[in-house]
Design a protein around this ligand. Structure first.
Ligand code: ADP
Length: 488
């Protein structure tokens, strides 16, 4: 309503200005600037052409007719009458009228074509932007939720609704919304509408999957051609198909990967279980044999059974822990912990490391981190254990910490055998053990995978830098926490 009133005001102003300017030209030439009839005619013609190129055809034709009358009245003899004495002047008058009307039409057409070209360019831009935005999302749910607002933003529509037949779902944005009560109606339209349709300021675009109806896109108050609306409908369908296909692919990949891991886990566990089991079986069989064994031999065999059962136990609990961490079944509770206290606790928990290696700890006592102490000690023990396992006895191990922005970086360094550059990215994978591991060093290849999962659950990162022959530094980050006053 407001728009209509302001349009009318603009039209009235334009008409008034156009006729005032015509009156001005006539007045100037009649009163103050006596020139030839030709100059007057050319000036009026020029004025009408300028008018036609900017404003409406109706206005310029009306001004042309008035100018013809004024030209005849004021400038063709006999003056101040509408009659014309010289028949040649009739011809001049007719030529003036015809030229001004034809000229008006031509300028009007040129203006329309320029406007149409601009509109087409805008529509192509809208389609391009839409296709770019739509192709950025790879999940169907995110895409469907984002589609209405993306289309509204790019097309300038105040409200957009997307209705999908599958699941009878409606996604919308803006104020002029479709009500859920309309769902049966939308369903009906989606099933029957063959081509985009515009009714009462609402554009309905059918969506199809191949030839099957898929749903409906509703836009309000947009000035886009039906072809562009159809193209938007096709784009929406393609984007949904693409996201669906990507999701199916990812699901397939994930299923394949999970299957691969399951097989790998079974292979690895079977392999790792077999070694201790074979030793235990061998030892027990010997113990049960009728020949008499010396007390020392019996003790040695029982020690083997003891150690190998520990190894079995360790292997099974690591496999279970990894599986639980992966399926996020483990609950961790993060609180502010003093880092030095945690490192000291880890030192105690895996005291065998210090028995074989001098351990140097450089951790500022004022560092507090957000951590689950039980799990963090596990990570530290794992890294300390590896540093001890993969370096020569008595070579030193260093634990240090430094602040880096919002995080604290903790490093465990050794002067051991190091890790080949090509293998550094694999050692965090489950069951991966370096080809060059010394023969006697036992392990499951799961320690680092478990540690990385734990560190990532703390919003940190675990990484390694290493030089074969020189040693390795494992560094993980933890979020800084506010100090707690009373020691726990
Ligand atoms: P495990 O030690 O049981 O084999 P991990 O997951 O803890 O399993 O480590 C994976 C592999 O990474 C090890 O087998 C070893 O080859 C390599 N590795 C880990 N820590 C070190 C280290 N400090 N120095 C050299 N190699 C290491």
């Amino acid at each position: 309503m407001l728009l209509m009133i302001s349009r009318r005001i603009v039209a009235i102003t334009r008409w008034t200005l156009a006729f005032l300017a015509l009156a001005g030209i006539v007045l100037v030439y009649r009163r103050w600037l006596p020139v030839s009839q030709t100059t007057v005619a050319l000036t009026l013609l020029l004025y009408i052409l300028i008018l036609a190129s900017r404003w409406s055809l109706r206005l310029s034709v009306a001004v042309s007719l008035t100018a013809t009358l004024a030209y005849n009245f004021f400038f063709l003899p006999p003056f101040d009458t509408l009659s014309i004495a010289d028949p040649q002047n009739w011809l001049a008058l007719f030529a003036f009228l015809a030229t001004s009307v034809i000229g008006s039409r031509l300028s009007q057409r040129a203006r329309h074509e320029a406007e149409a070209a601009r509109a087409r360019q805008r529509e192509v831009e809208v389609l391009f932007q839409l296709s770019r935005e739509m192709l950025q999302t790879e999940h169907v749910a995110t895409l469907l939720n984002a589609l209405p607002s993306t289309i509204a933003r790019e097309t300038g529509a105040p409200s957009v609704a997307l209705y999908l037949l599958q699941g009878d779902r409606l996604y919308q944005t803006g104020s002029d919304l479709a009500s859920p009560l309309e769902l049966p109606h939308l369903r009906q339209v989606a099933l029957t509408l063959a081509a985009p349709e515009s009714t009462g300021g609402r554009q309905s675009i059918p969506l199809r999957a191949g030839v099957r109806p898929r749903g409906l896109l509703l836009l309000h108050h947009v000035a886009l051609s039906l072809e562009t609306l159809q193209a938007i409908g096709s784009l929406v369908s393609i984007a949904i198909d693409r996201a669906q296909a990507l999701e199916d692919l990812a699901r397939g990949e994930a299923a394949k990967e999970s299957e691969r891991l399951r097989t790998l886990m079974i292979d690895s566990i079977t392999h790792e279980l077999r070694t201790p089991l074979t030793s235990i079986k061998g030892a027990v069989t010997t113990l049960l044999a009728p020949q008499t064994l010396s007390q020392a031999d019996r003790t040695e065999l029982l020690t083997i059974v003891d150690e190998e059962s520990d190894r079995l136990n360790n292997l099974v609990s690591q496999a279970v822990e990894m599986a639980q961490l992966e399926s996020q079944q483990i609950h961790m509770s993060f609180r502010s912990e003093n880092l030095l206290t945690l490192v000291e606790a880890a030192r105690e928990a895996c005291s065998w490391v210090e028995a074989a290696h001098p351990l140097s700890i450089t951790v500022p006592p004022a560092f507090f981190v957000l951590a689950d102490p039980e799990f963090l000690i596990k990570v530290l023990c794992n890294l300390l254990g590896n540093a001890a396992k993969y370096s020569a006895p008595q070579s030193p191990i260093f634990v240090s910490a430094e602040a880096s922005g919002e995080a604290i970086a903790v490093s465990v360094a050794d002067r051991g055998r190091g890790i080949d550059a090509a293998e550094q990215s694999f050692i965090f994978d489950r069951f991966y053990r370096a080809q060059s591991n010394p023969a006697g060093v036992s392990g499951t290849g799961m320690g680092l995978a478990i540690s990385r999962s734990i560190v990532e659950a703390h919003s940190g990162r675990l990484s390694v830098t290493s030089q074969p022959g020189q040693g390795s530094v494992f560094t993980f980050t933890l979020p800084v926490a506010a100090p707690v006053s009373a020691p726990r």
